[in-house]
Design a binder for this molecule. Structure first.
Ligand SMILES: Cc1cc2nc3c(=O)[nH]c(=O)nc-3n(C[C@H](O)[C@H](O)[C@H](O)COP(=O)(O)OP(=O)(O)OC[C@H]3O[C@@H](n4cnc5c(N)ncnc54)[C@H](O)[C@@H]3O)c2cc1C
Length: 289
């Protein structure tokens, strides 16, 4: 088996913010077998590692990461059986929703347009337009930290807002099954298209970003609070609060990751000073090398 491992390589091209320093190793396994092999290699060598999907919710500092970053996007098989669709960790959420529409199954329309993978989506309990992945999640096959296989049920995943047990137990998601509702394929697809149009209209998709920078605070919207504090368009270096949607911090061109992080901290501090609301980042920021 020939494993794809790049040494001391830039994370920026792999990350949706198009910023970030170098990783000691960047690995792009092409199968679950290769993923398992890499994980055991890293454990054996006592290397730190992180498993990522599309890094559409992850930002590394300019100092990078002193370990292996394993991107799963090449592990992306999807199979369907009746009302169940099972997708491997690196399958794009878009492909998963399209497969559901093709099979005339409803329940995943909201996920169309979220640029993450099944692994990152389940980890984050990704959601939009009133839906969340936990709504139709059935089971997940995972590797435990000892690389044993474990199947987790919906209850065992302990989903909450943008969170699952995977952020606590160190399990690596191998694949996930979703149980969907029988529907009308055309109606499912037109709902997906409507959601996509809303995204194009409201979100700054023309710039690299990690989507909504902050979690939705109780009873409010991060974007409203940021706008209220006159921060729309506020920039540090190439990092900017989007004029189109204040909830997004964008890379306007060549932004240093550390400027993006400084801007996230500045926005959070300013909103707290002016409104008393503490904004919590939704983005996973890897500050330490
Ligand atoms: C333009 C844009 C729009 C967005 N819109 C939305 C939205 O509407 N709703 C929403 O919820 N999010 C949204 N996001 C954020 C992001 O796409 C989601 O959080 C998505 O689920 C992240 O998936 P990913 O595969 O890119 O995760 P990554 O960023 O790669 O990883 C996120 C976390 O999951 C972990 N992880 C990834 N794969 C695995 C695995 N196989 N096993 C265990 N852990 C794993 C990582 O270690 C990391 O901690 C948006 C982002 C962008 C850029």
């Amino acid at each position: 088996m020939k494993l794809s491992i790049k040494e001391n390589a830039s994370l920026a091209p792999f990350c949706s913010m198009k910023a970030g320093g170098n990783a000691k190793y960047i690995c792009t396994p092409g199968s679950i077998r290769e993923l398992k092999c890499l994980l055991s290699l890293m454990k054996e060598k006592n290397e730190r590692f992180m498993v990522l999907g599309n890094a559409s919710n992850t930002l590394f500092s300019d100092e990078g990461f002193d370990g292996a970053v394993i991107f799963t996007s090449k592990i992306n098989g999807i199979i369907s059986e009746g009302r169940t669709i099972t997708a491997e960790c690196g399958a794009p959420l878009n492909a998963l929703s399209l497969q559901a529409a093709k099979n005339s199954l409803g329940g995943l329309e909201f996920a169309y347009g979220i640029p993450g993978t099944v692994g990152g989506g389940v980890f984050m309990n990704a959601g939009a337009f009133g839906g969340e992945l936990c709504d139709c999640f059935h089971t997940a096959l995972c590797f435990t930290p000892d690389l044993e296989e474990a199947t987790l049920t919906k209850e065992e995943m302990r989903f909450s807002y943008r969170k699952s047990i995977l952020s606590e137990n160190g399990y690596i998601l191998v694949n996930a099954s979703f149980l969907l509702d029988e529907g009308d394929g055309k109606a499912v697809k037109s709902k997906m298209d409507a959601f996509m149009s809303m995204r194009r209209e409201k979100q700054p998709l023309e710039y690299p970003s990690c989507g909504s920078t902050f979690k939705r605070p109780k009873g409010n919207f991060a974007g409203h609070l940021i706008e209220q504090c006159d921060l729309k368009g506020y920039s540090i270096g190439g990092a900017s609060v989007s004029e189109k949607h204040a909830g997004f911090i964008i890379n306007k061109g060549g932004a240093a990751a550390n400027d993006i992080i400084k801007l996230i901290d500045f926005v959070s501090d300013t909103v707290f000073e002016k409104t008393g609301v503490k904004l919590e980042p939704e983005i996973k920021i890897v500050r330490q090398r």
